[in-house]
Design a protein around this ligand. Sequence first.
Ligand SMILES: NC(=O)c1ccc[n+]([C@@H]2O[C@H](COP(=O)([O-])OP(=O)(O)OC[C@H]3O[C@@H](n4cnc5c(N)ncnc54)[C@H](OP(=O)(O)O)[C@@H]3O)[C@@H](O)[C@H]2O)c1
Length: 260
Amino acid sequence: MSKETLRGLGLFNLTGRCAVVTGGSKGLGLAMAAGLASAGADLVLVSRHAEEAAATARDLSAEFGVRALGLAADVRNEAEVEGFVAAAVAAFGKVDILLNSAGINIRRPIAELKLEEFEQVLGINVTGTWLSCRAVLPTMRAQGWGRIINISSALGSIGLAGRTPYTASKGAVLQLTRTLALECAADGITVNAICPGPFLTEMNRSIADTEDGARLVGMTSLKRWGRLEEIQGAAIYLASAASSYVTGSTVTVDGGWTAQ
Ligand SMILES: NC(=O)c1ccc[n+]([C@@H]2O[C@H](COP(=O)([O-])OP(=O)(O)OC[C@H]3O[C@@H](n4cnc5c(N)ncnc54)[C@H](OP(=O)(O)O)[C@@H]3O)[C@@H](O)[C@H]2O)c1
């Protein structure tokens, strides 16, 4: 999205908003962070690798003329999560938007999975999302306005063999989203989820040219991978005034996968 097209549109204008994006250093998180910046939002990008997060922040700042910080944190670590929220508040005075995109996938049949692997996926995808939501609530409640956007998946509501940790985690993200929306309804804070279908990010690179990848794409109605820019509209919509009457809901961007 270009800043010229979006900043002119009041409903979608995010100028003056501070958006924290976990997993913002690459993939869908980076694409959505760029979308928010194109609408005017300042950014705090979080991943486990400081230099990568900082370099991405510098690039987006230069491209969109917004302020951007890149910080290292593991979303499973309570103190580190509290730390990046505190750093965002110190830099921008508040957090208006939290977009939880940090996530991983481990694909294998249940009999071939170790307990640690199941716990790793749940720890990042669910506990990390929960900790990040909890950490931003005081600053959002203090200003009576906030937008929380959690990244679930088409696999949050349908099953797929060989993905027990991932589907369990993404289903949990949907229920966390709905319940937190109810808890925050009186505070001016909306909580919604985006359910993407298959996008060719690092997460899917290893299956891109395999039967597994072809099967995944074949399950979509559009019969193709999503393009990274195709996730941006959903994030901008859920972060902006355009979605003020939408909470506890999901926006599905899956090429028609779950329409079937
Ligand atoms: N790609 C798809 O087809 C697809 C479909 C549906 C849903 N999703 C969801 O979309 C989200 C983004 O996926 P993606 O495809 O963009 O994956 P990706 O390209 O692998 O990016 C994942 C991001 O999360 C960060 N991350 C991973 N573990 C973290 C941790 N413990 N603490 C902080 N940051 C962490 C990674 O940075 P570091 O590794 O440097 O920490 C990276 O920035 C995930 O929640 C995923 O489940 C993806």
